[in-house]
Design a protein around this ligand. Structure first.
Ligand SMILES: C[S@@+](CC[C@H](N)C(=O)[O-])C[C@H]1O[C@@H](n2cnc3c(N)ncnc32)[C@H](O)[C@@H]1O
Length: 288
């Protein structure tokens, strides 16, 4: 009768930490109103977690939520483990990704990007805004070298940790960088992955500046015939994105947007190439 089990106080504290980071950091987990309530009602929150532990027999290191999304990978969130009690855990097709503090959990949007980039054996990859390192770790299956960057030092730490834990630490280099600030002028890549927050409501319009900064520099870091998989979203943003791309000597080759009306913030994955490479037949969508 697992529902009668009362979780130990330590387990509840560990679970609270895990649920807290997921509810507060992952925009998919609960509405804004719900999250505000969680902030405001610490005591009630504690009680609810305790009750959740009683009713589900929840113990640390257990799955508690499978995240629905239209991508091809399976994403689940776990309560923290005994081994690393301060980290929340997500699994992507069984691979574990640990996060702490304000590091972004792999989300439905992450899965959408992950499902749509194509990589060939031995290519080099830049994963910009790596967060937990989820794109970088999967890229390392085929890439000869992956550079994963993030502006958030906690994300840099977690991406390193997750690359090691997933056995690809030798192929994933992680660096703290504000966009290209810590990337050398001559560092170029076959594939660049970009999944950084984009403007999706009135309050986030300031993010356009960051995306403009990105497009002003990205072309110089692509190898000949290189590909940029850029995740952004909101159908109404497409025209402005296309303008930024064209103003910087590149073209949108294709867009995947079948999830736009189903998933929060309407994710769209753009495949973008430099104009000088357009004579070469794009080979990315569908594996070439
Ligand atoms: C939406 S998360 C995506 C994480 C991960 N790529 C994924 O697919 O799950 C965006 C990440 O971009 C990082 N970021 C935000 N602004 C940045 C900047 N100016 N330069 C580098 N990284 C940035 C954030 O810290 C965060 O980890």
């Amino acid at each position: 009768m697992t529902w009668l089990k009362v979780p130990a106080l330590r387990d509840v504290l560990v679970m609270m930490n895990g649920y807290y980071s997921i509810f507060t950091v992952n925009p998919l987990s609960g509405s804004r109103k719900m999250r505000r309530k969680i902030y405001q009602t610490g005591g009630l929150y504690f009680l609810l977690i305790w009750l959740a532990g009683c009713s589900h027999g929840t113990r640390i290191g257990q799955p508690f939520m499978t995240v629905p999304h239209p991508g091809k990978y399976q994403l689940a969130y776990y309560t923290p483990s005994q081994e690393h009690p301060v980290y929340s855990i997500a699994t992507v097709d069984g691979r574990k990704f640990y996060v702490k503090d304000d590091v972004v959990m792999p989300s439905a949007q992450s899965m959408y990007l992950l499902s749509h980039w194509v990589l060939h054996e031995g290519e080099t990859v830049l994963d910009m805004g790596t967060g937990s390192g989820v794109q970088a770790v999967f890229a390392a299956d085929k890439a000869s070298h992956v550079l994963a960057t993030d502006i958030n030092p906690a994300a840099v730490e977690m991406a390193k940790f997750n690359a090691e834990k997933n056995g690809v630490g030798d192929r994933v280099e992680v660096r703290k960088s504000d966009l290209f600030s810590a990337i050398g002028k001559n560092e170029k890549f076959d594939v660049i992955l970009f999944n950084i927050d984009y403007p999706h409501n009135e309050a986030t319009q300031g993010l356009w500046k960051l995306h403009e900064r990105f497009f002003a520099q990205v072309k110089d870091h692509l190898n000949p015939n290189g590909r940029l998989y850029y995740q952004s979203g909101r159908i109404e943003n497409i025209a402005r994105i296309d303008e930024m791309v064209r103003n910087n000597g590149m073209s949108i080759i294709s867009m995947r947007m079948d999830a736009a009306l189903e998933v929060d913030k309407q994710p769209i994955v753009f495949l973008i190439k430099r104009n000088e490479d357009l004579q070469i037949k794009p080979d990315a969508w569908g594996g070439g």
